[in-house]
Design a binder for this molecule. Structure first.
Ligand code: NAI
Ligand code: MG
Length: 397
């Protein structure tokens, strides 16, 4: 394979530092690539009126692989206030560049692995028999449909006549909401298509097969949300019967699953869900393995473009510290997902083994791992800086 070019999109706040440190780790591990910088985020909204400039889209179109830090988003009114004076009359409206990326490149598959590292002081523990303390090993991989469902954006407040009349043809709408004034109605839809439901299910099955997970858990609510959740579950059973007979299909409800999270998280492996429930369940599992400093993700789609990013945001309050204190592991793990995607598993393995060693030795820990509250003086009090953590990972490669 020839030398690759990766579109590095630092974004805002701590996105810049975690991405920079991650590239240092990738280089040290021997990943042979060039990096071109892709502009994205608040800075470009303020100066150009577009947080996702066309030139960044072009770069991704060309090179296909993006490593993304994090961006800052603010409510509409604040966004308008911070816009450059000469752009204010142009009627621009801020919208999230991450959602923009997802929509533009149809990044419909979101994958979020949540694996606990041995020795991580942030790992979930529970009480066992006779008052013992148990630390279950969590190894869950959540496949979240990334473009449809409740986040599909098809919604109304005070809906127009056509919409209202169409809804009134549904007996349940008529019975339960038919006497409510239109201006008192807000409606968000939850649309699933067969095509994208099958794609997320197949991704989950394929992954389970490739990495020897015995089951795929569909985490929805088919007993109540009969059409969408019901369709996903039914399609999972059909696919299993047809193409994945060696893998079991489990069915859990999102509410019960959140409870089981703290009872028996070790029993779950590959989990698949729609957009909203996938978001919820992946945050739930991330909490068991160390939270935002450890939660990584990949977003992929049919266009062949894939973007790898930590789940955390730009953490603006830490962005201006002279010495950066945040944990770079979530971003480095996201880069490891990129390496897997590019068939560079050996390098990914080495980086993960090094992280595992650093975490289990416990000599170098960022403030979150030391359970400190995030302040500029944490490094003086024994926490590792972002750079020191990356240095230690490099030293152990
Ligand atoms: P956040 O994820 O930026 O930070 C929340 C808190 O989590 C931080 O204050 C910090 O205590 C901790 N934290 C986050 N990353 C960490 C790391 N790597 N190591 C250690 N601790 C870490 O979420 P918040 O404060 O809700 O949002 C800040 C900005 O980020 C907002 O403008 C929001 O819109 C944006 N955001 C962007 C996302 C993205 O780019 N994918 C995702 C979530 C929020
Ligand atoms: Mg989330």
């Amino acid at each position: 394979m020839g030398k690759r070019t990766i579109v590095a999109m630092p974004g805002d706040g701590i996105g810049k530092v975690v991405l920079q440190e991650t590239i240092r780790v990738l280089n040290a591990a021997g990943f042979d690539a060039d990096y071109v910088e892709g502009d994205i985020g608040w800075e470009f909204w303020c100066s150009e009126g577009n947080p996702l400039p066309e030139r960044t889209i072009d770069l991704l179109e060309k090179h296909k692989i993006g490593l993304f830090g994090a961006i800052t988003s603010k409510p509409k009114d604040e966004a308008f206030e911070e816009l450059k004076e000469e752009l204010k009359a142009k009627g621009l409206v801020y919208s999230s560049p991450i959602v923009g990326l997802r929509q533009h490149f149809k990044l419909d598959i979101c994958m979020r692995p949540c694996r606990s590292y041995q020795g991580n002081p942030l790992n979930f523990i529970r009480r066992g028999k006779n008052g013992t303390i148990e630390e279950p090993h969590v190894d869950a991989v959540i496949f979240r449909q990334n473009t449809e469902g409740l986040y599909g954006g098809v919604e109304w407040s005070n809906p127009g006549d056509q919409i209202y009349d169409a809804l009134m043809t549904h007996p349940k709408f008529k019975k339960n909401f038919g006497t409510v004034a239109k201006e008192e109605l807000s409606i968000s839809t939850r649309i699933f298509t067969k095509k994208y439901t099958e794609r997320i299910l197949r991704s989950a099955f394929e992954y389970a097969q490739k990495y020897n997970y015995p089951s795929v858990t569909v985490c929805e609510k088919p007993n109540v949300i009969r059409e969408t959740s019901g369709m996903m579950y039914k399609m999972a059973l059909e696919l299993q019967k047809k193409d994945y007979t060696n893998i079991q299909v489990w069915n859990t409800n999102i509410d019960a699953q959140m409870m089981w999270l703290t009872k028996n998280p070790e029993n779950y492996g590959v989990i698949v869900a729609g957009n909203m429930f996938g978001d919820i369940i992946s945050d739930g599992f991330a909490g068991l393995i160390g939270g935002l400093g450890f939660a990584c993700s990949a977003q992929m789609g049919e266009s062949g473009v894939a973007v790898f990013e930590p789940t955390h945001g730009s953490a603006p309050k830490y962005a201006d510290y002279d010495v950066s204190i945040v944990n770079p592991i979530a971003m480095i793990e996201s880069a490891c997902m990129m390496l897997d995607y590019l068939d560079e598993q050996d390098i990914a393995k080495r980086i993960r083994a090094s992280i595992a060693k650093v975490v289990s030795e416990g000599r170098v820990r960022t403030y979150d791992m030391m359970k400190m509250s995030g302040r500029a003086d944490v490094v003086d009090n024994g926490a590792a800086s972002t750079t020191e953590m990356a240095d230690e990972i490099i030293a152990n490669l």
